[in-house]
Design a protein around this ligand. Sequence first.
Ligand SMILES: CC(=O)SCCNC(=O)CCNC(=O)[C@H](O)C(C)(C)COP(=O)(O)OP(=O)(O)OC[C@H]1O[C@@H](n2cnc3c(N)ncnc32)[C@H](O)[C@@H]1OP(=O)(O)O
Length: 182
Amino acid sequence: MSAHSSVMIPNYRIRPFKPEDLEAVERINRVFLPENYPSYFFMENYRRFPRSFFVAEDEGGNVVGYVMCRVESHYTKSETLILGHILSIAVSKDHRRKGIGEALMLKAEEGLLSYNCDAVYLEVRVSNEPAIRLYEKLGYKKLGIIPFYYADGEDAFLMYKILREGLDDSLIYQALGNRVIR
Ligand SMILES: CC(=O)SCCNC(=O)CCNC(=O)[C@H](O)C(C)(C)COP(=O)(O)OP(=O)(O)OC[C@H]1O[C@@H](n2cnc3c(N)ncnc32)[C@H](O)[C@@H]1OP(=O)(O)O
């Protein structure tokens, strides 16, 4: 399974994150997501995994969305899996339903493939219909629920997508199953 690199969205451009984008990315994160991070967290993920951190900009060069990822090792009985972790994605409200979220996700997957990721996973609030629909559209499956994952007590779905052809779903369960109930 491969990610598609040729996603074109009229009037927008998806490009790699640059340190100058930090303020804009943090603003979008604070306004549109309850899960906020200190600046060093964004910069650390950029420093370690620059090929899977993207922003979307409009024609005026304004940053209107981002996706930030990390690469992790997870263990199964037979092998170590390299898993991409989508840490955070958001698109400014005025720019939604134009394909930006989907394009950011596909670019992130492409970047994660360049780090040899076997699969990609993420956590999402069980009430976050738009995001869950987006992930399902892109082929993500629910591994299970992480109870009380968020600070306000809401549960998360742990969702994943296999990137390496032939990788069995059961290996993802071996790697991440201890975090979820089914
Ligand atoms: C790992 C995490 O970060 S989990 C948290 C995810 N982030 C957030 O919840 C932040 C607030 N939400 C957002 O920023 C946006 O709503 C996002 C990122 C979830 C989606 O971004 P958008 O640019 O609007 O998505 P995009 O236009 O690419 O939509 C792609 C598909 O997602 C689904 N989708 C997106 N929004 C919706 C919605 N409101 N209702 C139903 N389906 C939706 C649809 O299947 C859509 O395809 P379609 O337009 O062909 O029907």
